[in-house]
Design a protein around this ligand. Structure first.
Ligand code: GTP
Ligand code: GTP
Length: 436
């Protein structure tokens, strides 16, 4: 289900990244540790009370050497284009500046809710600093302090009160939502066209021509699909559209909205660092993943080329050893028609529910064959397991003492689950809990 997106906008130095980090908090990711992937600093999931949302720090998108006011304008435009609610951040210590008014003028043009926050109000007797800010025309300003963590609760209450109602279409669960993610020019638009069997998406020779998110619904052999974030319908216009941070942001947003992510790799060029980063994010977000090696028609091949490429992918994406790999050509359409079935299979695995009795047979059998080694003089006892979620399949294992569950034993149990149930293309999660 799609989460609302909140963007923080404001002139430089008002404290956007401080507030961003405060709201996002400490999010530790196992995948980041394993793969050395750093989560994108300008985009993150966050939550407040029962609300999950994504947060964008527009201050992290710097547009080359564009003049100061153009930078601010672009950041405000990104906030308008990419979010559902906008936090307009100002600095109480400096009062209303020309640059604040510049931001305000751009934000007047949107119908999206704009919440005005005055930062650096570090203690209650500084509250009168906020009155100036009524002049910006966004109603009551919220006094906050990023460094002291003050006022954020009230601000986030107001933000959450302005979240849009969930789009009914978004919660249709008989639709498989997938996206094609990859560096510029790998052939994402061409692949979408090949899948759809018609020239629906504009393809161009110039890198970076896929512009706006236009979801494409499609039915294949009775199964409904939705292709997320692929169309290149909008002409390039805004200066921020060519920045790498912005396309990264778009890719991460598309991943969040997908069930299955197709990591498209250019067969001619091979794997790049950027491919690893998005793949890491997809795994971290718990999405189904498959690799699509495109432009296979122009790769010079002998009988070892494909195996070498597979080894290369396995070596570079150790944490995605479960993701299937397809070799295709959008140009000649070679094997393109096999993609739908594979996407469907990954999606089914991603949503797979295992009967408790069957699950526990597998776990008991695994434990009987390979009992947990003792840790710190204690023996781990595994009582039973239960599946608590799908997308991705998530299991809780009840034990006597969770602290003595070793990660290698956890890994062993995960592997046994994979051997028994397949789970091709989907991450699975295992959580250890004490039996109460
Ligand atoms: N006194 C005080 N200082 C703060 C507060 N929040 C942030 N700052 C300071 O303000 C400065 C700017 O903070 P940043 O978070 O980097 O500001 P930013 O808006 O992200 O800046 P840009 O990335 O340049 O757009 C830093 O020195 C922060 O320590 C606050 O609540 N009170
Ligand atoms: N030989 C060959 N060329 C391809 C194939 N797929 C795409 N191309 C070419 O690669 C170029 C880029 O294709 P696009 O589909 O626009 O790539 P994209 O990934 O959508 O690119 P951006 O919009 O820049 O992100 C075009 O010139 C395509 O004709 C393929 O399978 N084989």
């Amino acid at each position: 289900m799609t989460k609302p997106t909140v963007a923080i906008v404001g002139r430089p130095n008002v404290g956007k990244s401080t507030i961003f980090n405060r709201i996002v908090g400490e999010r530790i990711s196992i995948v980041e540790d394993v793969a050395g992937v750093t989560r994108d600093r300008i985009y993150s999931s966050a939550d407040w009370l029962a609300h999950d949302f994504n947060l964008i720090d527009t201050g992290g998108i710097q547009i080359g050497d564009a003049p100061f006011l153009d930078q601010i304008r672009s950041q405000a435009e990104i906030a308008i284009a990419e979010s559902d609610v906008i936090i307009f951040l100002t600095n109480g210590r400096e009062g209303v500046t020309d640059a604040d008014e510049h931001v305000a003028k751009i934000l007047y043009k949107t119908k999206k809710p704009v919440i005005l926050a005055v930062n650096k109000v570090d203690n209650p007797d500084m509250r009168e600093m906020i009155y100036d800010f009524y002049s910006l025309g966004f109603g009551d300003p919220f006094p906050i302090s990023g460094s002291h963590g003050l006022g954020l609760g009230d601000l986030l209450d107001e933000v959450a009160a302005n979240f849009p109602d969930v789009d009914a279409e978004e919660i249709e669960d008989d639709v498989i939502r997938f996206s094609l993610i990859g560096r510029p020019n790998v052939g994402k638009s061409s692949l979408v066209n090949a899948l759809l069997g018609e020239e629906r998406v504009i393809v161009s020779e110039i890198a970076g021509t896929t512009r706006d998110a236009i979801d494409t619904p499609y039915v294949h052999e009775g199964q409904k699909y939705k292709i997320i974030d692929t169309a290149g319908m909008r002409k390039k216009g805004k200066i921020y559209e060519s920045t790498e941070k912005y396309s990264q942001l778009r890719a991460l947003k598309a991943i969040d909205r997908s069930d299955v992510v197709l990591i498209v790799i250019n067969g001619e060029e091979g794997i790049r660092e950027q491919d690893k980063r998005v793949a890491g994010y997809a795994e971290d977000a718990g999405k189904g993943v498959m690799f699509v090696v495109n432009k296979w028609d122009i790769v010079e091949k002998d009988n070892k080329t494909m195996n070498k490429f597979i080894e290369d992918i396995r070596g570079n994406f150790l944490f995605l050893d479960y993701a299937p790999i397809a070799f295709v050509s959008a140009k000649t359409k070679q094997r393109v028609n096999t993609l739908f079935d594979r996407i469907k299979l990954v999606s089914e695995n991603h949503a797979l529910r295992i009967q408790s009795s069957v699950l526990n047979e597998v776990v008991e059998d695994a434990v009987a064959r390979n009992p947990a080694p003792s840790e710190k003089g204690k023996r781990l006892r595994i009582y039973y397991a239960t599946q608590v979620a799908v997308k991705p399949p998530t299991f809780v294992v009840f034990v006597n003492e969770p602290e003595i569950m070793h990660f290698s034993y956890e890994r062993f149990l995960q592997n046994r689950l994979r051997e028994s149930f397949g789970f091709e293309g989907t991450p699975i999660r295992l959580i250890t809990r004490a039996r109460s």
